[in-house]
Ligand binder design. Sequence first.
Ligand SMILES: O=C(O)CNC(=O)[C@H](CS)NC(=O)CCC(=O)C(=O)O
Length: 286
Amino acid sequence: MTETARFTVACAQMRSGQDPAANIAAADVLIREAAGRGADIVMTPEMTSLMVTGRRALFEAIHPQGEDPALAAFKALADELSVWLLAGSLAVRVSETQAANRSVLISPEGRVVATYDKIHMFDVDLDNGESYRESRTYLAGDRGVLAALPWGRLGMTVCYDVRFPHLYRALAQAGADFLSVPAAFTRQTGEAHWHVLLRARAIETGAFVFAPAQGGVHDNGRATYGHSLVVSPWGEILAEADGEEPGVILAEIDTAEIARARQRVPSLSHGRRFSIDTPSHLEVVS
Ligand SMILES: O=C(O)CNC(=O)[C@H](CS)NC(=O)CCC(=O)C(=O)O
């Protein structure tokens, strides 16, 4: 980008539960607060409108995208407030037996302009007994998505994707200026990894990282880490939510910082000497 721009981003930190109507109402309050405080774009966490345990509860509550009441509410709200809105993710029914963990970008006219389905499924057993098999319920996405905003391009990702740096590098090399990472990180992995992973993705790509998070103990018993973050292309934390508490954080974004960071350390354009897709580039010495 040669022209630079300034805008205000907001991340809404939530503690979504099992009742979609209550979650939509909670998001509505936070999005209105963010817009009232000057946000041009507001982002909500992974699973904004539903946090449940088990596929039965999930399938009783979800809808195809065109019939999702949360999406309808967010489209109307974006239009009413004239803000960009990223519904960090919604559980969307894509077949009788599968859902997508879908991030949805809505324009200030209330139109869906881009959707991204989470690629990397959280199939993990933690040593505190927590166990997740996201791929049993969700159909993984198979494409990265770069969406045009008035101030630059947004690379859309979700939560566990943050552990796969080649996705972010690909998005940045394709022109991403901003990366969204709506999340519902576990408390345990968040304490160990959250800040480091998000700052690393920003530093490696020279892009801003926006990470709205779920936080606290949810009514299905899960504990999530919170600490929603906005990170600059140089890796500085520009805004951070207060621990696990729901609320809104805002940050002023100056896109000139993208070129500045990439000029200081041009690692994004120095990455063509080694490809993870070319095993012959690896010498195994035994
Ligand atoms: O299922 C829901 O209700 C909401 N979705 C999630 O919580 C998702 C999939 S289980 N969580 C993560 O990806 C956590 C990643 C993480 O914590 C890590 O990478 O350490």
